[in-house]
Ligand binder design. Sequence first.
Ligand SMILES: N[C@@H](CCC(=O)N[C@@H](CS)C(=O)NCC(=O)O)C(=O)O
Length: 220
Amino acid sequence: MVEHETTPLKLFIGNYNYSSWSLRPWLVLRKAELPFVEEVINLDVPGYKDRLLEVSDAGTVPVLDVRGERIPDSLAISEFCAKAVPNLWPKDPVDKAEAKRVVTLMHEGFPHIRREAPMNLRRRTETKMPQSCLDEAAEISDMWDELLGRHNGPYLFNDWSIADAFYTPVATRFTSYGLPRSHRSDTYISELMSDPDFQDWEMQAFSETHILPETDAVNR
Ligand SMILES: N[C@@H](CCC(=O)N[C@@H](CS)C(=O)NCC(=O)O)C(=O)O
């Protein structure tokens, strides 16, 4: 038996409503069926940065505790899960390389959609979004279309993979900010939003009372 099966993993996360980076590895751990406990660190409250730095030198969430060792970063945690459990990346090596490419695109890119349409699960607005944000949304919708068409969806590489975990928080932004998308991308968004694990996370977000006024005010 792998040792971490006897010692539960612990995932430190930010607010359910706002922490898109936390949602990604949380979904991966759920799909991997690795038992884990979670601890929420509310962001932007007095002393929160000290608490983040106590948990890891990265000073950010998510962080995974593995028997006292800390793994910061959503992608590093996802890779840890993929080493422990098969099938979190596509099996076909070319598809796997492509999945890693689109995950890296999300992990490092799309600055406008991240800044101008931050994840905010409780939010529904019809405000006109900045053109830079609309341009990135169109780029993402085109990319989803191409992958869903080529792999014959429902997920980007047909079976659920880490790529879908990385784009779930993006799908929530299309819903929150009414970002334009193709019919096929809309179907993909509905698939991700009706995922039972995502819905468990969303329920926690809806019952959370802590708010981040600055995030709520973006493009109000
Ligand atoms: N590249 C990191 C980014 C993590 C990140 O920026 N997390 C945000 C919360 S979603 C955070 O901890 N921010 C700390 C702060 O606001 O000071 C990852 O993929 O995990």
